[in-house]
Design a protein around this ligand. Structure first.
Ligand code: JFZ
Length: 405
């Protein structure tokens, strides 16, 4: 990514460097769908007629909504950025859009939730992301497409471009634009080139994901951890399937699963965007908040191995994951071996080993490409992930295996 001439950081690298450092964000899916509380696709899945669904807006008046509390939870979780659904596929806008009457300002709530969210983030020094769905199920032209309904499509596309312009103009500096919902139409049909050129002219430092149909700045594997050579971020629900509030989806991932997903992302040079789905009253379900706080407790002890860290060449599948930052190799031990641990394949001289959380120095012996760490407790100090630090000399070098010789 650096320019070939003098190693200077490229424009892309400059604008995405904070995000690569951040590693962990909180996703928020919130809107009218929180009222029926059967997930954000309820309008589509239950084929709720547009006018019947629109009645929900007259009931959406979340007196308990408090953006400062959302941001405080993200901070407690150790998230460094947030991404809020400004408009999902159902078309309901959480801001004061001039090209739609279906907004939280023009209906019961009479509030610009995007404005409140942005203010709360800014107050807390939290980086600000907007999710925006290109598709809007309420528009017949979306279903017809540009070929079948060129005039209707043109009007629909102008509506979409106008809304993105509003979001990029009316709320100050925005850090992330997280598009969604381009399918099944092409970036040419959406006018994504022009749209993103406009976005970047209004927000020169913004980073844009790959879901306008163009690659832009980062990839977005969904519900799976799939590394790529480009910057990437895995987004995941905290429960089995639904992004919007759905108490009928009770299978929330455990703190262990969630921390280990974050670690696995970082061990592949990726970010992790974990979703919460607030209730219709604006509060985040306590069981979801508890998991976010559990991640934060782990990060307060071990964040050095995550923030600004990335992949290491020394994979240790028998122990867990490995991340690296400068001359420090972080072995994330998820399969605790007992009182002695063997870390294999490091050619570098190891200068020091210690427990990250406690700082406790560890005894070690290096025998060619095998590093033995001894005097460990019988049980894992942190069953979620105990991080052992190896400080190495020089650039990391993998020792090719030779155990069969
Ligand atoms: C989309 C949305 O439909 C969903 O509600 C949520 O907002 C998620 C973050 O993004 O989900 C997708 C998007 C793309 C695919 C599948 C689900 N896909 O390409 O298979």
């Amino acid at each position: 990514m650096s320019s070939p001439i003098n190693g200077e950081k490229s424009t892309v690298e400059k604008r995405i460097s904070w995000w690569l450092e951040a590693r962990f964000g909180m996703f928020i899916h919130w809107g009218l769908y929180a009222i029926p509380a059967r997930g954000e696709w309820v309008m589509y899945c239950e084929r709720i007629p547009k006018d019947e669904y629109a009645l929900l807006a007259q009931k959406f008046n979340p007196k308990k909504f408090d953006a400062d509390k959302w941001v405080a939870l993200a901070k407690q979780a150790g998230a460094k950025y947030m991404v809020l659904t400004t408009r999902h596929h159902d078309g309901f806008c959480l801001w004061d859009s001039s090209v739609s009457d279906f907004t939280s300002v023009k209906t019961a709530a009479k509030r610009d939730f995007v404005a409140e969210y942005v203010e709360a983030c800014r107050k807390a020094g939290m980086r600000i992301g907007f999710y925006y769905s290109l598709l809007d199920w309420r528009w017949p032209a979306y279903w017809d497409g540009p070929e079948k309904n060129p005039e209707g499509w043109k009007e629909f596309r102008n509506y979409v471009h106008a809304q993105v312009r509003e979001l990029m103009t009316n709320y100050g500096k925005i850090d992330i634009l997280w598009y969604d919902g381009a399918w099944p139409h092409s970036p040419e049909a959406w006018g994504s080139e022009q749209l993103n050129a406009m976005v970047r002219s209004l927000q020169p430092e913004i980073i844009i994901n790959n879901r306008s149909g163009l690659p832009e700045d980062f990839d977005t594997p969904e519900q799976r951890i799939e590394r790529s050579l480009r910057p990437w971020e895995a987004c995941m629900t905290i429960d089995d399937l639904w992004w919007g509030y759905h108490p009928g989806d009770p299978n929330l991932k455990s703190p262990m699963q969630l921390v280990r997903s974050l670690v696995k992302c970082v061990s592949g040079n990726g970010n992790f965007l974990l979703n919460v789905g607030p209730k219709a009253d604006g509060t985040i379900p306590p069981e979801q908040a508890a998991r976010m706080r559990a991640i934060g407790r782990w990060l307060r002890r071990n964040g050095e191995s995550i923030y600004g860290a990335g992949a290491a060449p020394f994979q240790q599948p028998h122990l867990g994951q490995v991340t690296m930052k400068g001359s420090k190799v972080y072995v994330h031990v998820m399969f605790w071996p007992g009182r002695e641990m063997c870390v294999a394949g490091i050619k570098n001289r190891v200068l020091k080993t210690y427990m990250l959380a406690s700082g406790k120095k560890l005894l070690f012996e290096q025998k060619e490409d095998r590093l033995f760490i001894r005097g460990l407790p019988l049980r894992a100090p942190d069953p979620i992930d105990t991080v052992v630090v190896l400080e190495i000399e020089g650039e990391p070098e993998v020792a090719p295996p030779s155990f069969w010789k």
